[in-house]
Design a protein around this ligand. Structure first.
Ligand SMILES: *Cc1c(COP(=O)(O)O)cnc(C)c1O
Length: 368
């Protein structure tokens, strides 16, 4: 068959072990998953209420324009409904952008390590991938990213807060970048963890959209809103950009349940505030642990933390898993001596920290 040659070395997404798998493997009663940055507090009660009361007709296609959701979100963000593009998760928004803009004849610029789907989609489309290392603090090197751009660059991907480092782009840095990026480049700003950010010098992306028409923001209901299972993400950009992307989207890409759940979730901003507050407290628990143990970590604006154990991340991962905690090994994330842990509830954090301490105690001879 005439497969695209670029598919030769492309691997399918490797899903982590499920909680059921781990229970069985280690004969555990209880397993806690802190691997995918899911919300440990579930989702808004309004979503549960919607699910109980929704009179759904599974035989009917979803609203392909997601009109109710579109108007509710436009209102929430104070943008026009025509400035929004919905996806089956922001993963699909990334795919739509890639399909619309990337070809064998152009290139795309991104940081590394960062969210892997930018590169994955670029490879499928055959575009040249130009990766610019994060600095040692896990921050985007925007000047170097500008240098990597040329007349054949079609999309630049910025991830802020960046997954997996948790670092973010400062307001002044982003403005300087946008002032200097050539007009033919679409700048995608992935703000999957937007709701969790508390830093004072974080930018206001929606405000920047007014001055920089080449900007496209992606966000999601999978993280702070706790609706990962429903798969709803979105892009925000100028009406012109959205109008170009819309025809690339599948006609019924956001399902009926997802649309309804998100409309309900938007009405409960108190839930988000509560989760953001708990997340900050949780991060402090990890910071304190790292300081006590002399471990380096990356200060995070997301709901996860990357901790450097200065040893094979797989080893830490395996140990934690045997004790019932699923985290992500840094080996798969470009930080081989780290693990990435999703911030859980206070109690979950306490427990996983206790297990980490136990692990470190078995490693007295480690290099500090
Ligand atoms: C989780 C995540 C996404 C994808 O989320 P969806 O569930 O597809 O909406 C996108 N970008 C980053 C940086 C993420 O961490």
């Amino acid at each position: 068959m005439k497969w695209k040659s670029q598919l030769e070395n492309l691997k399918a997404y490797q899903p982590g072990k499920t909680m059921e798998d781990v229970k069985e493997m280690f004969g555990l009663e209880k397993v806690t998953k802190l691997a995918s940055n899911e919300n440990p507090f579930g989702c808004s009660g309004l979503v549960r209420k919607f699910l109980q009361e929704a009179a759904l007709s599974p035989n009917i296609y979803p609203d392909g324009y997601a009109k109710t959701l579109r108007f509710a979100l436009a209102d929430h963000l104070s943008v026009k409904p025509t400035q929004l593009l919905f996806g089956n998760g922001s993963d699909e928004v990334i795919q739509i952008i890639s399909k619309a803009l990337l070809t064998r004849d152009n290139n795309t610029v991104m940081a590394t390590p960062t969210f892997p789907q930018y590169k994955h989609n670029a490879i499928v489309e055959g575009a040249e991938v130009r990766e610019v290392s994060l600095d040692q603090n896990g921050k985007h090197q925007l000047t170097k990213m500008l240098e990597a751009i040329d007349e054949s660059t079609s999309v630049v991907w910025l991830c802020s807060p960046n997954n997996p480092s948790g670092e973010y782009i400062r307001n002044m840095e982003l403005i300087e970048f946008l002032d200097n990026v050539p007009e033919h480049v679409l700048v995608v700003l992935d703000e999957a963890y937007y709701e969790y950010v508390v830093a004072d010098d974080y930018y206001d992306a929606l405000q920047l959209l007014k001055d920089y028409p080449q900007l496209l923001i992606t966000r999601t209901f999978s993280k702070a809103y706790g609706l990962a299972g429903f798969r709803v993400g979105y892009g925000i950009a100028s009406e012109e950009i959205i109008a170009m992307l819309e025809p690339v989207r599948e006609p019924f890409n956001v399902n009926t349940l997802g649309q309804g759940a998100v409309v309900a979730a938007l009405q409960d901003q108190q839930f988000i505030e509560k989760c953001v507050g708990e997340n900050r407290k949780g991060l402090e628990q990890y910071y304190e642990f790292c300081k006590t143990e002399g471990l380096n970590y990356f200060p995070s604006q997301g709901n996860f933390i990357l901790i450097d154990f200065k040893m094979d991340g797989d080893e830490v991962f395996q140990y934690l898993m045997s004790k019932g905690f699923i985290v992500r090994s840094g080996q798969a994330l470009g930080y081989p001596t780290c693990v990435r842990v999703t911030v859980g509830s206070q109690q979950e954090n306490e427990k996983v920290i206790e297990v980490m301490k136990g692990f470190l105690a078995t490693k007295k001879n480690r290099i500090v």
